[in-house]
Write a protein that binds this ligand. Structure first.
Ligand code: THU
Length: 135
């Protein structure tokens, strides 16, 4: 594991500890690695009107864009599940795809172990910005 991947995974675990999830009690953290080497984190932020809940991955994307980043190379996602790797929900996969298919996705466990996959593997045959221009 490179130092950058190690840092990305420890940052997503740290972000998970910031989750605001009084309803599900299912904390999630995400950490995005930008093309220029910055790490931007997010956690899930729930709401009493349940459907307004924001996932950790989308919180991280929104923070990254506000901070001027639109080119991403990897995302790491953490939750509390110790015995299996959990992937981003479908809505988050679509939002990540907005910024290209070639992200590395690290699914992590609390002990820091991880499974490496890719966004195109998680969301095959995706609808992308290119589809709006090819008609
Ligand atoms: N959650 C995320 O933050 N990311 C995902 O990809 C899946 C689900 C959050 C939303 C909600 O606060 C909690 O996990 C339970 O669904």
């Amino acid at each position: 594991m490179t130092d950058k991947v190690k840092e990305l995974i420890s940052e997503c675990l740290r972000a998970r500890d910031m989750a605001y999830c009084p309803y599900s009690r299912f904390p999630v953290g995400a950490a995005i690695l930008t093309a220029d080497g910055a790490i931007i984190t997010g956690c899930n932020v729930e709401n009493a009107s349940y459907s307004l809940t924001m996932c950790a991955e989308r919180t991280a994307v929104q923070r990254a864009v506000v901070e001027g980043h639109c080119q991403f190379t990897a995302i790491a996602v953490a939750c509390d599940m110790k015995d299996r790797f959990i992937g981003p929900c479908g809505a988050c996969r679509q939002v990540l795809m907005e910024f290209g298919p070639n992200w590395t996705v690290y699914l992590t466990k609390p002990d820091g172990s991880y499974k490496e996959t890719s966004l195109s593997e998680l969301l095959p045959l995706a609808f992308t910005p290119d589809d709006l221009t090819e008609n």
